[in-house]
Write a new protein. Sequence first.
Lengths: 254, 336
Amino acid sequence: MRTNKLIIQTPEGICLAQQLAGPVTRFLAFASDLAAIGVISSLLAQVLLLTAIVNPDLALAARTVCYFIVTVGYSILLEWFWRGQTLGKRVLKIRVVDAEGLRLRPAQIVIRNLLRLVDLLPAFYAVGGICCALSPKFQRLGDFAANTVVIYAVPEKIPDLELLFSGTLNSLRGHSHLAAQLRKSISPGEARLALEAVVRRDGLEPNSRLELFRQLADYLHPIAPFPEESLAGLTDEQYVRNIVDLIYRPMVGG
Amino acid sequence: MIVDLKKFIASERATWEELDEMLKRLENQTITHLTLDEIQRLHYLYERTGAGLIKISTFAAEPNLVRSLESLLIRAYAEMQDVPSSATWSPRRWLFRTFPQTFRKHFRFFLAALALTILGGLFGGGAVAFDPDAKAAIAPFPHLLENPSQRVKEEESKPNQMLATAKGRFSATLMTNNTQVSILALALGVTWGIGTLILLFYNGVILGAVIFDYVRAGQSVFLMGWLLPHGVVEIPAILIAGQAGLLLGQALIGWNSKESVSQRLRSIAGSLVTLISGAALLLIWAGLVEAFLSQYHEPILPYQFKIAFGLIELLALLWFLIFAGRDAPPRVISRH
Protein backbone atom coordinates (compact mmCIF):
# COMPACT_ATOMS: atom_id res chain seq x y z
CA MET A 1 0.00 0.00 0.00
CA ARG A 2 1.25 3.48 -0.82
CA THR A 3 1.74 5.75 2.16
CA ASN A 4 3.74 8.93 2.68
CA LYS A 5 5.17 7.53 5.92
CA LEU A 6 8.11 5.32 6.67
CA ILE A 7 6.76 2.93 9.28
CA ILE A 8 9.26 1.05 11.44
CA GLN A 9 8.04 -1.64 13.80
CA THR A 10 10.64 -2.22 16.51
CA PRO A 11 11.11 -5.60 18.23
CA GLU A 12 9.65 -3.98 21.37
CA GLY A 13 6.36 -3.47 19.51
CA ILE A 14 6.72 0.28 19.10
CA CYS A 15 5.52 1.66 15.78
CA LEU A 16 7.58 4.62 14.62
CA ALA A 17 6.54 6.81 11.71
CA GLN A 18 8.57 9.32 9.71
CA GLN A 19 7.19 11.41 6.89
CA LEU A 20 8.68 10.56 3.49
CA ALA A 21 9.80 13.30 1.11
CA GLY A 22 7.92 13.29 -2.20
CA PRO A 23 9.33 13.61 -5.73
CA VAL A 24 8.78 17.38 -5.98
CA THR A 25 10.66 18.21 -2.76
CA ARG A 26 13.44 15.85 -3.76
CA PHE A 27 13.67 17.39 -7.21
CA LEU A 28 13.96 20.87 -5.70
CA ALA A 29 16.75 19.63 -3.41
CA PHE A 30 18.51 18.09 -6.43
CA ALA A 31 18.16 21.35 -8.38
CA SER A 32 19.73 23.23 -5.45
CA ASP A 33 22.58 20.68 -5.38
CA LEU A 34 23.13 21.11 -9.12
CA ALA A 35 23.47 24.84 -8.57
CA ALA A 36 25.93 24.20 -5.72
CA ILE A 37 27.96 21.82 -7.93
CA GLY A 38 28.02 24.50 -10.64
CA VAL A 39 29.30 27.12 -8.19
CA ILE A 40 31.95 24.81 -6.67
CA SER A 41 33.16 23.72 -10.13
CA SER A 42 33.37 27.33 -11.36
CA LEU A 43 35.34 28.37 -8.29
CA LEU A 44 37.72 25.44 -8.69
CA ALA A 45 38.15 26.21 -12.39
CA GLN A 46 39.10 29.80 -11.54
CA VAL A 47 41.63 28.67 -8.96
CA LEU A 48 43.11 26.06 -11.30
CA LEU A 49 43.33 28.65 -14.06
CA LEU A 50 46.10 30.26 -12.05
CA THR A 51 48.22 27.11 -12.37
CA ALA A 52 47.98 27.46 -16.17
CA ILE A 53 50.70 30.11 -15.89
CA VAL A 54 53.11 27.37 -14.84
CA ASN A 55 51.75 24.47 -16.92
CA PRO A 56 48.62 24.87 -19.10
CA ASP A 57 48.32 21.13 -19.76
CA LEU A 58 48.42 20.30 -16.06
CA ALA A 59 45.84 23.00 -15.32
CA LEU A 60 43.41 21.58 -17.89
CA ALA A 61 44.00 18.02 -16.66
CA ALA A 62 43.37 19.08 -13.07
CA ARG A 63 40.20 20.91 -14.13
CA THR A 64 38.87 17.79 -15.91
CA VAL A 65 39.60 15.55 -12.91
CA CYS A 66 38.29 18.08 -10.37
CA TYR A 67 35.04 18.58 -12.27
CA PHE A 68 34.53 14.81 -12.35
CA ILE A 69 35.34 14.43 -8.64
CA VAL A 70 33.00 17.28 -7.68
CA THR A 71 30.17 15.90 -9.83
CA VAL A 72 30.46 12.36 -8.49
CA GLY A 73 31.78 13.09 -5.02
CA TYR A 74 29.67 16.08 -3.94
CA SER A 75 26.64 14.11 -2.77
CA ILE A 76 28.69 11.18 -1.49
CA LEU A 77 30.91 13.31 0.72
CA LEU A 78 28.20 15.60 2.04
CA GLU A 79 25.75 12.78 2.78
CA TRP A 80 28.59 10.99 4.52
CA PHE A 81 29.65 13.89 6.73
CA TRP A 82 26.22 15.43 7.26
CA ARG A 83 24.50 12.12 7.97
CA GLY A 84 22.32 11.88 4.86
CA GLN A 85 22.12 15.54 3.89
CA THR A 86 23.51 17.68 1.09
CA LEU A 87 23.18 21.45 0.80
CA GLY A 88 19.94 21.05 -1.15
CA LYS A 89 18.56 18.55 1.33
CA ARG A 90 19.44 20.87 4.21
CA VAL A 91 17.59 23.73 2.55
CA LEU A 92 14.54 21.54 1.94
CA LYS A 93 14.89 19.94 5.42
CA ILE A 94 15.04 16.38 4.14
CA ARG A 95 17.48 13.56 4.91
CA VAL A 96 18.54 10.18 3.50
CA VAL A 97 18.02 7.36 6.00
CA ASP A 98 18.16 3.59 5.97
CA ALA A 99 14.85 2.12 4.79
CA GLU A 100 14.66 -0.09 7.88
CA GLY A 101 15.61 2.59 10.39
CA LEU A 102 19.17 1.36 10.85
CA ARG A 103 22.24 3.57 10.80
CA LEU A 104 23.07 4.84 7.31
CA ARG A 105 26.25 3.13 6.03
CA PRO A 106 28.88 4.72 3.76
CA ALA A 107 28.37 1.88 1.25
CA GLN A 108 24.68 2.78 0.99
CA ILE A 109 25.56 6.42 0.32
CA VAL A 110 28.04 5.47 -2.41
CA ILE A 111 25.63 3.08 -4.13
CA ARG A 112 22.64 5.43 -4.16
CA ASN A 113 24.78 8.18 -5.62
CA LEU A 114 26.54 6.07 -8.24
CA LEU A 115 23.23 4.66 -9.42
CA ARG A 116 22.04 8.20 -10.04
CA LEU A 117 23.66 7.70 -13.46
CA VAL A 118 20.82 5.33 -14.38
CA ASP A 119 18.17 7.46 -12.66
CA LEU A 120 19.24 10.39 -14.85
CA LEU A 121 18.58 8.41 -18.04
CA PRO A 122 17.53 9.12 -20.74
CA ALA A 123 17.39 12.81 -19.76
CA PHE A 124 16.09 15.17 -17.05
CA TYR A 125 16.00 12.48 -14.33
CA ALA A 126 13.23 10.66 -16.22
CA VAL A 127 13.88 7.13 -14.94
CA GLY A 128 14.48 8.28 -11.35
CA GLY A 129 11.47 10.62 -11.40
CA ILE A 130 9.09 7.95 -12.69
CA CYS A 131 10.39 5.34 -10.23
CA CYS A 132 10.13 7.83 -7.37
CA ALA A 133 6.56 8.76 -8.29
CA LEU A 134 5.47 5.13 -8.63
CA SER A 135 7.38 3.65 -5.69
CA PRO A 136 5.45 3.08 -2.43
CA LYS A 137 8.28 4.73 -0.48
CA PHE A 138 9.15 7.38 -3.10
CA GLN A 139 12.41 5.56 -3.91
CA ARG A 140 14.39 6.08 -7.10
CA LEU A 141 16.44 3.16 -8.43
CA GLY A 142 19.51 4.24 -6.45
CA ASP A 143 17.49 4.29 -3.23
CA PHE A 144 16.04 0.90 -3.97
CA ALA A 145 19.46 -0.68 -4.56
CA ALA A 146 20.96 1.01 -1.50
CA ASN A 147 17.98 0.34 0.80
CA THR A 148 17.49 4.01 1.55
CA VAL A 149 14.60 6.46 1.68
CA VAL A 150 14.41 10.23 1.99
CA ILE A 151 12.43 11.64 4.91
CA TYR A 152 11.58 15.06 6.27
CA ALA A 153 14.16 15.94 8.91
CA VAL A 154 12.48 18.80 10.73
CA PRO A 155 13.66 18.54 14.32
CA GLU A 156 10.62 18.19 16.57
CA LYS A 157 11.01 19.99 19.84
CA ILE A 158 9.22 18.80 22.93
CA PRO A 159 6.15 21.07 23.07
CA ASP A 160 5.75 23.45 25.96
CA LEU A 161 2.13 23.40 27.07
CA GLU A 162 2.73 26.34 29.39
CA LEU A 163 3.39 28.53 26.35
CA LEU A 164 0.24 27.27 24.66
CA PHE A 165 -1.98 28.49 27.49
CA SER A 166 0.16 31.29 28.92
CA GLY A 167 -1.39 34.61 29.83
CA THR A 168 -4.95 33.36 29.75
CA LEU A 169 -7.50 33.12 32.51
CA ASN A 170 -9.63 30.00 32.33
CA SER A 171 -13.10 31.01 33.52
CA LEU A 172 -14.20 27.34 33.52
CA ARG A 173 -11.75 26.32 36.23
CA GLY A 174 -14.15 27.40 38.95
CA HIS A 175 -16.44 24.46 38.10
CA SER A 176 -14.18 21.67 39.28
CA HIS A 177 -16.94 19.02 39.39
CA LEU A 178 -17.91 19.82 35.76
CA ALA A 179 -14.26 19.71 34.74
CA ALA A 180 -13.89 16.29 36.36
CA GLN A 181 -17.03 15.11 34.54
CA LEU A 182 -15.60 16.44 31.27
CA ARG A 183 -12.36 14.48 31.71
CA LYS A 184 -14.39 11.37 32.46
CA SER A 185 -16.78 11.58 29.55
CA ILE A 186 -14.64 12.89 26.71
CA SER A 187 -12.91 10.23 24.60
CA PRO A 188 -9.17 10.37 23.89
CA GLY A 189 -9.97 10.88 20.18
CA GLU A 190 -12.19 13.90 20.89
CA ALA A 191 -9.62 15.36 23.26
CA ARG A 192 -6.88 14.82 20.68
CA LEU A 193 -8.94 16.62 18.03
CA ALA A 194 -9.48 19.66 20.24
CA LEU A 195 -5.82 19.76 21.30
CA GLU A 196 -4.59 19.49 17.73
CA ALA A 197 -6.87 22.37 16.69
CA VAL A 198 -5.41 24.57 19.45
CA VAL A 199 -1.82 23.60 18.59
CA ARG A 200 -2.29 24.27 14.88
CA ARG A 201 -4.54 27.33 15.08
CA ASP A 202 -1.90 29.83 13.93
CA GLY A 203 -1.44 27.94 10.67
CA LEU A 204 -5.10 28.22 9.69
CA GLU A 205 -6.74 30.71 7.34
CA PRO A 206 -8.84 33.21 9.40
CA ASN A 207 -12.18 32.00 8.01
CA SER A 208 -11.25 28.32 8.34
CA ARG A 209 -10.09 29.01 11.90
CA LEU A 210 -13.42 30.59 12.84
CA GLU A 211 -15.39 27.78 11.20
CA LEU A 212 -13.28 25.01 12.77
CA PHE A 213 -13.60 26.36 16.29
CA ARG A 214 -17.36 27.03 15.79
CA GLN A 215 -17.87 23.39 14.84
CA LEU A 216 -15.67 22.14 17.68
CA ALA A 217 -17.46 24.33 20.23
CA ASP A 218 -20.86 23.06 19.00
CA TYR A 219 -19.59 19.51 19.35
CA LEU A 220 -18.11 19.99 22.82
CA HIS A 221 -21.01 21.91 24.41
CA PRO A 222 -23.16 18.79 25.06
CA ILE A 223 -20.16 16.90 26.47
CA ALA A 224 -19.25 19.74 28.82
CA PRO A 225 -22.43 21.54 29.90
CA PHE A 226 -20.90 24.51 31.71
CA PRO A 227 -23.34 27.22 32.98
CA GLU A 228 -24.10 30.02 30.54
CA GLU A 229 -22.67 32.73 32.84
CA SER A 230 -19.21 31.13 32.79
CA LEU A 231 -19.29 31.10 28.98
CA ALA A 232 -20.37 34.71 28.62
CA GLY A 233 -18.00 36.74 26.46
CA LEU A 234 -15.98 33.67 25.37
CA THR A 235 -15.34 33.18 21.68
CA ASP A 236 -15.58 29.65 20.29
CA GLU A 237 -11.78 29.44 20.13
CA GLN A 238 -11.36 30.60 23.74
CA TYR A 239 -13.98 28.07 24.82
CA VAL A 240 -12.20 25.18 23.06
CA ARG A 241 -8.81 26.30 24.41
CA ASN A 242 -10.22 26.40 27.96
CA ILE A 243 -11.67 22.92 27.50
CA VAL A 244 -8.30 21.60 26.29
CA ASP A 245 -6.63 23.34 29.24
CA LEU A 246 -8.97 21.57 31.65
CA ILE A 247 -8.36 18.19 30.02
CA TYR A 248 -4.60 18.25 29.71
CA ARG A 249 -3.67 20.45 32.69
CA PRO A 250 -6.11 19.36 35.37
CA MET A 251 -3.91 20.36 38.33
CA VAL A 252 -3.23 24.01 37.46
CA GLY A 253 -4.67 26.34 40.07
CA GLY A 254 -6.99 23.86 41.62
CA MET B 1 -8.40 8.03 30.49
CA ILE B 2 -6.56 11.13 29.40
CA VAL B 3 -3.03 11.68 30.57
CA ASP B 4 -2.18 14.85 32.42
CA LEU B 5 0.23 16.00 29.72
CA LYS B 6 1.87 18.71 31.74
CA LYS B 7 2.69 16.32 34.56
CA PHE B 8 3.75 13.63 32.11
CA ILE B 9 6.14 15.95 30.23
CA ALA B 10 7.56 17.30 33.48
CA SER B 11 8.32 13.81 34.77
CA GLU B 12 9.76 12.44 31.50
CA ARG B 13 11.60 15.43 30.06
CA ALA B 14 14.85 14.58 31.84
CA THR B 15 14.80 11.06 30.33
CA TRP B 16 14.25 12.39 26.80
CA GLU B 17 16.93 15.02 27.17
CA GLU B 18 19.45 12.50 28.47
CA LEU B 19 18.66 10.15 25.59
CA ASP B 20 18.97 12.99 23.07
CA GLU B 21 22.30 14.02 24.54
CA MET B 22 23.65 10.45 24.41
CA LEU B 23 22.49 10.04 20.80
CA LYS B 24 24.12 13.31 19.76
CA ARG B 25 27.42 12.09 21.17
CA LEU B 26 27.10 8.78 19.33
CA GLU B 27 25.99 10.37 16.05
CA ASN B 28 28.78 12.96 16.08
CA GLN B 29 31.17 10.19 17.06
CA THR B 30 32.27 12.08 20.16
CA ILE B 31 32.10 8.61 21.66
CA THR B 32 32.62 5.57 19.46
CA HIS B 33 32.27 2.77 21.96
CA LEU B 34 29.99 2.61 24.99
CA THR B 35 30.86 0.97 28.28
CA LEU B 36 28.57 -1.75 29.61
CA ASP B 37 26.98 0.72 32.02
CA GLU B 38 26.39 3.21 29.20
CA ILE B 39 24.85 0.50 27.00
CA GLN B 40 22.51 -0.48 29.82
CA ARG B 41 21.62 3.15 30.42
CA LEU B 42 20.96 3.72 26.69
CA HIS B 43 18.71 0.67 26.62
CA TYR B 44 16.83 1.85 29.70
CA LEU B 45 16.31 5.35 28.26
CA TYR B 46 15.19 3.86 24.94
CA GLU B 47 12.67 1.54 26.59
CA ARG B 48 11.34 4.22 28.93
CA THR B 49 10.89 6.69 26.06
CA GLY B 50 9.21 3.95 24.02
CA ALA B 51 6.82 3.20 26.89
CA GLY B 52 6.06 6.92 27.15
CA LEU B 53 5.30 7.11 23.45
CA ILE B 54 2.88 4.20 23.69
CA LYS B 55 1.20 5.83 26.68
CA ILE B 56 0.60 9.21 25.06
CA SER B 57 -0.29 7.67 21.69
CA THR B 58 -3.02 5.71 23.41
CA PHE B 59 -4.33 8.22 25.93
CA ALA B 60 -3.32 11.72 24.94
CA ALA B 61 -1.59 12.08 21.58
CA GLU B 62 -0.43 15.62 21.47
CA PRO B 63 0.81 15.47 17.84
CA ASN B 64 4.03 17.45 18.21
CA LEU B 65 5.02 15.46 21.27
CA VAL B 66 4.33 12.17 19.46
CA ARG B 67 6.44 13.25 16.49
CA SER B 68 9.18 14.48 18.79
CA LEU B 69 9.37 11.14 20.62
CA GLU B 70 9.15 9.16 17.36
CA SER B 71 12.03 11.17 15.96
CA LEU B 72 14.06 10.53 19.15
CA LEU B 73 13.26 6.82 19.21
CA ILE B 74 14.04 6.25 15.55
CA ARG B 75 17.53 7.68 16.16
CA ALA B 76 17.94 5.53 19.23
CA TYR B 77 16.73 2.47 17.32
CA ALA B 78 19.40 3.03 14.62
CA GLU B 79 22.12 3.21 17.27
CA MET B 80 20.80 0.24 19.25
CA GLN B 81 20.62 -2.03 16.19
CA ASP B 82 24.00 -0.96 14.82
CA VAL B 83 26.97 -3.27 15.07
CA PRO B 84 30.00 -1.00 15.05
CA SER B 85 33.06 -2.25 13.24
CA SER B 86 35.86 -3.23 15.59
CA ALA B 87 38.64 -2.28 13.16
CA THR B 88 39.37 1.11 11.67
CA TRP B 89 39.53 1.40 7.90
CA SER B 90 43.01 1.18 6.46
CA PRO B 91 43.76 1.97 2.78
CA ARG B 92 46.60 -0.53 2.76
CA ARG B 93 44.45 -3.37 4.12
CA TRP B 94 41.64 -2.43 1.76
CA LEU B 95 43.93 -2.50 -1.30
CA PHE B 96 45.93 -5.62 -0.52
CA ARG B 97 43.26 -7.69 1.24
CA THR B 98 39.68 -6.50 0.90
CA PHE B 99 39.72 -5.70 -2.82
CA PRO B 100 41.36 -8.94 -4.09
CA GLN B 101 39.38 -11.03 -1.58
CA THR B 102 36.12 -9.46 -2.76
CA PHE B 103 37.13 -10.01 -6.39
CA ARG B 104 37.73 -13.72 -5.71
CA LYS B 105 34.58 -14.08 -3.61
CA HIS B 106 32.44 -13.03 -6.57
CA PHE B 107 34.72 -14.51 -9.24
CA ARG B 108 31.90 -16.25 -11.14
CA PHE B 109 30.45 -12.84 -12.02
CA PHE B 110 33.84 -11.76 -13.36
CA LEU B 111 33.94 -14.92 -15.47
CA ALA B 112 30.46 -14.15 -16.77
CA ALA B 113 31.56 -10.59 -17.67
CA LEU B 114 34.67 -11.94 -19.40
CA ALA B 115 32.68 -14.56 -21.34
CA LEU B 116 30.21 -11.94 -22.48
CA THR B 117 32.98 -9.60 -23.65
CA ILE B 118 34.65 -12.45 -25.56
CA LEU B 119 31.29 -13.32 -27.12
CA GLY B 120 30.89 -9.68 -28.15
CA GLY B 121 34.46 -9.71 -29.49
CA LEU B 122 33.74 -12.75 -31.66
CA PHE B 123 30.59 -11.08 -32.92
CA GLY B 124 32.41 -7.81 -33.68
CA GLY B 125 35.29 -9.59 -35.40
CA GLY B 126 32.86 -11.75 -37.37
CA ALA B 127 30.79 -8.76 -38.40
CA VAL B 128 33.81 -6.91 -39.82
CA ALA B 129 35.05 -10.13 -41.49
CA PHE B 130 31.82 -10.76 -43.31
CA ASP B 131 30.79 -7.16 -43.93
CA PRO B 132 33.55 -4.51 -44.09
CA ASP B 133 30.88 -1.79 -43.92
CA ALA B 134 30.02 -2.99 -40.40
CA LYS B 135 33.14 -1.18 -39.15
CA ALA B 136 31.47 2.20 -39.68
CA ALA B 137 28.47 1.12 -37.63
CA ILE B 138 30.56 -0.35 -34.81
CA ALA B 139 33.52 2.02 -34.39
CA PRO B 140 32.80 4.68 -31.75
CA PHE B 141 35.82 6.87 -32.61
CA PRO B 142 36.69 8.33 -36.06
CA HIS B 143 40.33 7.20 -35.93
CA LEU B 144 39.17 3.57 -35.77
CA LEU B 145 37.58 3.99 -39.21
CA GLU B 146 40.94 4.67 -40.84
CA ASN B 147 42.77 1.99 -42.78
CA PRO B 148 45.03 0.33 -40.14
CA SER B 149 48.09 0.24 -42.42
CA GLN B 150 47.60 3.87 -43.34
CA ARG B 151 47.28 4.84 -39.65
CA VAL B 152 50.43 2.90 -38.68
CA LYS B 153 52.36 4.61 -41.49
CA GLU B 154 51.19 8.04 -40.30
CA GLU B 155 51.86 7.35 -36.63
CA GLU B 156 55.37 6.08 -37.32
CA SER B 157 56.33 8.86 -39.73
CA LYS B 158 54.81 11.77 -37.84
CA PRO B 159 54.60 11.55 -34.08
CA ASN B 160 51.36 12.87 -32.58
CA GLN B 161 52.06 16.60 -32.07
CA MET B 162 48.98 17.10 -29.95
CA LEU B 163 50.27 14.74 -27.29
CA ALA B 164 53.45 16.74 -26.86
CA THR B 165 51.49 19.54 -25.20
CA ALA B 166 48.31 17.81 -23.99
CA LYS B 167 49.32 14.52 -22.40
CA GLY B 168 47.92 15.50 -19.01
CA ARG B 169 44.55 16.60 -20.40
CA PHE B 170 44.33 13.49 -22.57
CA SER B 171 45.14 11.28 -19.60
CA ALA B 172 42.54 13.02 -17.39
CA THR B 173 39.88 12.67 -20.08
CA LEU B 174 40.63 8.96 -20.45
CA MET B 175 40.45 8.38 -16.69
CA THR B 176 37.17 10.20 -16.24
CA ASN B 177 35.50 8.72 -19.34
CA ASN B 178 36.52 5.17 -18.47
CA THR B 179 35.46 5.62 -14.85
CA GLN B 180 32.08 6.86 -16.06
CA VAL B 181 31.72 3.76 -18.25
CA SER B 182 32.61 1.60 -15.24
CA ILE B 183 30.08 3.33 -13.01
CA LEU B 184 27.50 2.81 -15.75
CA ALA B 185 28.40 -0.90 -15.94
CA LEU B 186 27.72 -1.16 -12.20
CA ALA B 187 24.64 1.05 -12.19
CA LEU B 188 22.99 -0.78 -15.10
CA GLY B 189 23.00 -3.85 -12.87
CA VAL B 190 19.84 -2.36 -11.37
CA THR B 191 18.04 -3.45 -14.56
CA TRP B 192 18.34 -7.03 -13.23
CA GLY B 193 21.77 -7.10 -14.88
CA ILE B 194 20.41 -6.75 -18.43
CA GLY B 195 21.92 -3.30 -18.97
CA THR B 196 25.32 -4.52 -17.76
CA LEU B 197 25.14 -7.53 -20.10
CA ILE B 198 24.43 -5.25 -23.08
CA LEU B 199 27.22 -2.83 -22.15
CA LEU B 200 29.79 -5.63 -21.76
CA PHE B 201 28.73 -7.26 -25.01
CA TYR B 202 28.94 -3.93 -26.88
CA ASN B 203 32.40 -3.24 -25.47
CA GLY B 204 33.42 -6.69 -26.70
CA VAL B 205 31.97 -5.98 -30.16
CA ILE B 206 34.09 -2.81 -30.54
CA LEU B 207 37.20 -4.54 -29.28
CA GLY B 208 36.69 -7.56 -31.55
CA ALA B 209 36.10 -5.38 -34.60
CA VAL B 210 39.26 -3.31 -33.99
CA ILE B 211 41.43 -6.36 -33.29
CA PHE B 212 40.21 -8.17 -36.38
CA ASP B 213 40.70 -5.08 -38.55
CA TYR B 214 44.33 -4.63 -37.50
CA VAL B 215 45.18 -8.34 -37.61
CA ARG B 216 43.70 -8.64 -41.12
CA ALA B 217 45.80 -5.64 -42.23
CA GLY B 218 48.96 -7.36 -40.88
CA GLN B 219 49.43 -4.82 -38.09
CA SER B 220 49.31 -7.24 -35.13
CA VAL B 221 52.59 -5.99 -33.63
CA PHE B 222 51.48 -2.35 -33.78
CA LEU B 223 48.12 -3.35 -32.30
CA MET B 224 49.73 -5.16 -29.37
CA GLY B 225 52.15 -2.30 -28.78
CA TRP B 226 49.27 0.16 -28.90
CA LEU B 227 46.67 -1.74 -26.81
CA LEU B 228 48.58 -3.93 -24.38
CA PRO B 229 50.22 -1.28 -22.11
CA HIS B 230 46.90 0.24 -21.06
CA GLY B 231 44.41 -2.41 -22.23
CA VAL B 232 45.64 -5.14 -19.88
CA VAL B 233 44.57 -2.93 -16.98
CA GLU B 234 41.68 -1.00 -18.54
CA ILE B 235 39.79 -4.03 -19.85
CA PRO B 236 39.96 -5.97 -16.55
CA ALA B 237 38.86 -2.80 -14.74
CA ILE B 238 35.75 -2.53 -16.92
CA LEU B 239 35.16 -6.26 -16.41
CA ILE B 240 35.39 -5.80 -12.62
CA ALA B 241 32.82 -3.01 -12.86
CA GLY B 242 30.70 -5.40 -14.95
CA GLN B 243 31.26 -8.04 -12.27
CA ALA B 244 29.76 -5.59 -9.74
CA GLY B 245 26.83 -4.87 -12.08
CA LEU B 246 26.08 -8.58 -12.52
CA LEU B 247 26.37 -9.09 -8.76
CA LEU B 248 23.79 -6.35 -8.26
CA GLY B 249 21.57 -7.93 -10.91
CA GLN B 250 21.80 -11.33 -9.21
CA ALA B 251 20.94 -9.78 -5.83
CA LEU B 252 17.82 -8.27 -7.36
CA ILE B 253 16.78 -11.50 -9.07
CA GLY B 254 17.72 -13.68 -6.11
CA TRP B 255 18.21 -17.08 -7.73
CA ASN B 256 18.56 -19.83 -5.10
CA SER B 257 18.20 -17.36 -2.26
CA LYS B 258 15.71 -17.47 0.59
CA GLU B 259 16.57 -13.96 1.77
CA SER B 260 14.43 -10.93 0.95
CA VAL B 261 15.57 -8.47 -1.75
CA SER B 262 16.55 -5.90 0.88
CA GLN B 263 18.60 -8.48 2.80
CA ARG B 264 20.38 -9.55 -0.39
CA LEU B 265 21.09 -5.95 -1.39
CA ARG B 266 22.31 -5.16 2.09
CA SER B 267 24.69 -8.12 2.10
CA ILE B 268 26.40 -7.10 -1.19
CA ALA B 269 26.56 -3.33 -0.62
CA GLY B 270 30.14 -3.44 0.69
CA SER B 271 31.30 -5.70 -2.15
CA LEU B 272 29.80 -3.38 -4.79
CA VAL B 273 31.62 -0.37 -3.39
CA THR B 274 34.89 -2.30 -3.08
CA LEU B 275 34.72 -3.59 -6.66
CA ILE B 276 33.85 -0.24 -8.23
CA SER B 277 36.50 1.55 -6.17
CA GLY B 278 39.09 -1.04 -7.23
CA ALA B 279 38.07 -0.62 -10.86
CA ALA B 280 38.39 3.18 -10.57
CA LEU B 281 41.86 2.82 -9.10
CA LEU B 282 42.96 0.55 -11.97
CA LEU B 283 41.53 3.04 -14.48
CA ILE B 284 43.66 5.85 -13.07
CA TRP B 285 46.75 3.76 -13.81
CA ALA B 286 45.41 2.80 -17.26
CA GLY B 287 44.70 6.45 -18.11
CA LEU B 288 48.25 7.48 -17.22
CA VAL B 289 49.78 4.61 -19.22
CA GLU B 290 47.57 5.27 -22.25
CA ALA B 291 48.48 8.96 -22.42
CA PHE B 292 52.15 8.69 -21.52
CA LEU B 293 53.10 5.38 -23.16
CA SER B 294 50.53 3.72 -25.42
CA GLN B 295 50.25 6.61 -27.87
CA TYR B 296 54.00 6.65 -28.58
CA HIS B 297 55.05 4.27 -31.32
CA GLU B 298 58.23 3.34 -33.18
CA PRO B 299 60.70 4.86 -33.72
CA ILE B 300 60.15 6.71 -30.41
CA LEU B 301 59.35 3.57 -28.42
CA PRO B 302 60.13 0.05 -29.67
CA TYR B 303 57.07 -2.18 -29.90
CA GLN B 304 58.89 -4.99 -28.09
CA PHE B 305 59.31 -2.73 -25.10
CA LYS B 306 55.63 -1.75 -25.08
CA ILE B 307 54.49 -5.35 -25.49
CA ALA B 308 56.81 -6.54 -22.74
CA PHE B 309 55.59 -3.73 -20.48
CA GLY B 310 51.98 -4.76 -21.11
CA LEU B 311 52.70 -8.42 -20.42
CA ILE B 312 54.50 -7.61 -17.15
CA GLU B 313 51.53 -5.47 -16.09
CA LEU B 314 49.15 -8.30 -16.94
CA LEU B 315 51.16 -10.81 -14.90
CA ALA B 316 51.37 -8.40 -11.98
CA LEU B 317 47.62 -7.76 -12.10
CA LEU B 318 46.84 -11.47 -12.31
CA TRP B 319 49.15 -12.21 -9.39
CA PHE B 320 47.55 -9.41 -7.37
CA LEU B 321 43.99 -10.50 -8.04
CA ILE B 322 44.66 -14.21 -7.52
CA PHE B 323 47.13 -14.23 -4.62
CA ALA B 324 46.96 -10.92 -2.71
CA GLY B 325 45.38 -11.26 0.74
CA ARG B 326 45.17 -15.08 0.52
CA ASP B 327 46.97 -15.61 3.81
CA ALA B 328 44.70 -13.18 5.67
CA PRO B 329 41.21 -14.17 6.82
CA PRO B 330 38.48 -12.18 5.07
CA ARG B 331 37.14 -9.34 7.17
CA VAL B 332 33.63 -10.06 8.28
CA ILE B 333 31.28 -7.18 7.75
CA SER B 334 28.44 -7.94 10.11
CA ARG B 335 25.05 -6.36 10.23
CA HIS B 336 22.25 -8.52 11.56
